[in-house]
Design a protein around this ligand. Structure first.
Ligand code: CA
Length: 226
């Protein structure tokens, strides 16, 4: 802080006021019977107010967390075909978490569906707001190369899907995967219009017939709409 005439004056007066205070205490009048001395309260120096922002930062978009996986109510595990094995659970102990205390752990084993298109689903039913541009989710990869997608259903019951990652090619670290609402395509028929609001129904891993029908696990955390 620059030294101003005012602060210099206060610096000069400070020792003086201390001397006066000591003198006042030393010369304080007491009753013979030892009554309490008068309370002398030195004048407080007024500290300059800290600079505070006039208003919180305002941004055009507010992130809406759809799921933080701190609890797993409303989530379930399903597969296609039924011969795919696996489960969906909350993370436990030292398992990877991106934010908070827990993530979701999606465990899959595609070995029972060799040479077929196979999928392991984290299934939910989460009605989304009318308007959003992007959905993002943090994913702890296993390097499997499997395709990570999200499925939605619109108000007319038509299913739409989008890609969160064309292949999970990272292992042992977190990445934020995103899709835009504009990128969604109808699951069965091309060119169908979306009728909002959409509900998110599944986040899932897919392996194509010529892909590796192996076993592994990924963790999911903090799903957000922008
Ligand atoms: Ca979490």
């Amino acid at each position: 802080m620059p030294i101003t005439a005012n602060s210099r004056l206060r610096a000069l007066l400070r020792p003086l006021s201390a001397v006066l205070l000591v003198a006042a205490l030393a010369s304080g009048c007491r009753d013979d019977n030892g009554g309490d001395p008068p309370v002398i309260v030195p004048a407080r120096e007024v500290e300059p107010a800290e600079e505070t922002p006039l208003a919180p930062e305002v941004t055009a978009y507010t992130d809406r967390v759809i799921s933080d996986f701190e609890e797993m109510d409303g989530w379930a595990f399903t597969t296609y075909p039924e011969t795919v094995d696996g489960y969906l659970t909350q993370s436990f102990g030292d398992e990877p978490v991106h934010e908070g205390q827990f993530s979701a752990k999606l465990v899959y084993d595609f070995a029972g569906a060799r040479d077929e298109t196979a999928a392991a689903y984290a299934a939910t039913a989460s009605l989304l707001p009318l308007s959003w541009d992007e959905l993002s989710i943090w994913v702890y990869g296993d390097g499997s190369g499997h395709w990570l997608r999200a499925e939605f259903v619109d108000s007319a019951g038509v299913k739409f899907v989008g890609d969160l990652a064309r292949g999970i090619d990272w292992r042992g670290s977190w990445k934020e995967c995103r899709l835009t609402q504009d990128s969604l395509v109808a699951l069965r028929e091309d060119g169908q219009r979306r009728h909002p609001p959409l509900a998110l129904t599944r986040i899932y891993l897919v392996v194509l017939p010529d892909g590796a029908h192996d076993a592994g696990e990924v963790y999911l955390d903090t799903m957000t709409l922008q």
